[in-house]
Design a protein around this ligand. Structure first.
Ligand code: SF4
Length: 371
């Protein structure tokens, strides 16, 4: 018997002693105990080469229990299974016929790249390349704070449709201006929740005339809205957080997902100064949930920088800003704020600060949290 390294096909001359041996019918408790008990190798037994349960156990050890140590395959395994062992999370295999060593090595090293995700490569190959491209774009964008140059750079870096979801707020108007000046081909849309202030639509109309750009209105599914109102009432979103989140889901999140289908890039006006949750959003990042690159081209701008850009370029803005409205969402869920108040204090003001997100912007730097 010899031990083969599944990463290289080389033989291991001084193997570590196995700490635990798992049989193929090991349950969750046994897996947890093995993963948490020690850092030594865990051996998984294959009573027959047609018994695939050991592959699942290795994957569970890696993905569910976060085991980082060596996983060793022992028992009835054949060289053809080498690649699958590797992709399931095994590091080594005990082979019973030393004369098969060269065959094992050939089987293991024949394919070095896999398109599908596995315990080895947690992202599909295409997405891993996209993630690296997004990191490169983030670096490129950070080298200038000229917004028009940033728009040109991101347009040049991303093939396919880039969608810009605008709320017609200050940041988005600055971005719209830069898109128009750059001449970049970008699909501009706004989520028409059915509850917008008239001033938002007037700003959209004025911007279309000024920039000669069509702003698509993306509406929620009519039947879903009818069901929502029948269930929760006209202003049901004020009664509970769950109601409010359901309303945002139907009027905003789902229409956004629909509008982003097939897009390779998504532009938004998120800035780090907006909130604690947004404090570290990058200029560009790969969003694996949606399978696209999200770009926040004014993420690092201060409010002062934003306001001077708007003033210098005479950019049309929503007249509500002059009446104390800073962050503007749906009319029933937005109020003006007092000087010195948090910019987002006027959104869903009846809720706790940490619950105030509608789920449109996910910040991957803060796991599981919206930004
Ligand atoms: S902001 Fe208010 S009205 Fe608009 S979708 Fe959310 S809960 Fe509904």
């Amino acid at each position: 018997m010899v031990l083969v390294d599944l990463n290289t096909g080389a033989l291991i001359s001084d193997p570590q002693d196995v700490a635990t041996v798992l049989e193929p019918d090991a349950d969750t408790d046994a897996l947890a105990a093995a993963a948490g008990g020690n850092a030594g190798p865990i051996a998984i037994s294959f009573p027959s080469f047609v018994d695939g349960r050991g592959f699942s156990l290795a994957l569970l050890l890696r993905e569910r229990h976060g085991f980082k140590g060596e996983i060793r395959a022992v028992g009835q395994i054949i060289p053809d299974q080498g690649q699958h062992l590797l992709r399931s999370g095994f590091d080594t295999a005990v082979i019973s016929r030393p004369e098969d060593t060269d065959t094992w090595k050939a089987c293991i090293t024949r394919m070095r790249l896999n398109y599908q995700p596995s315990a080895r490569n947690t992202l599909p190959l295409r997405w891993d390349a996209s993630r690296k491209a997004a990191l490169a774009l983030d670096k490129t964008l950070s080298e200038t704070d000229d917004l028009i140059e940033r728009i040109k750079a991101l347009r040049g870096a991303i093939d396919g449709r880039i969608a810009f979801s605008t709320s017609l707020g200050l940041e988005d108007q600055a971005i719209l201006h830069a898109i128009a000046k750059s001449g970049a081909d970008i699909d501009v849309f706004t989520l028409d929740t059915g509850r917008l202030f008239p001033e938002v639509l007037e700003t959209a109309d004025l911007s279309e005339l000024r920039y000669r750009i069509r702003i698509r209105l993306v509406a929620p599914d009519a039947a879903e809205v009818e069901d929502l109102v029948a269930r929760d009432g006209v202003y049901g979103f004020r009664q509970t957080i769950e109601n409010r989140k359901r309303c945002c889901e139907i009027r905003k999140v789902r229409p956004l997902s629909r509008a982003l289908e097939g897009a390779q890039g998504w532009l938004s006006g998120v800035r780090r100064e907006h909130s604690q949750e947004r404090a570290d959003v990058p200029l560009a990042m790969w969003e694996s949930e949606r399978g696209l690159t999200k770009i926040n081209p004014v993420a690092d701008w201060s409010e002062e920088r934003l306001m001077s850009y708007i003033a210098e370029n005479n950019i049309p803005v929503n007249p509500l800003h002059a009446r104390g409205f800073v962050s503007i969402g749906c009319a029933p869920c937005t109020r003006a704020i007092e000087p010195g108040e948090d910019p987002r204090a006027g959104r869903w003001w009846w809720e706790n600060e940490e619950q105030k997100e509608c789920g449109l912007h996910l910040n991957p730097n803060r796991e599981g949290k919206a930004a």
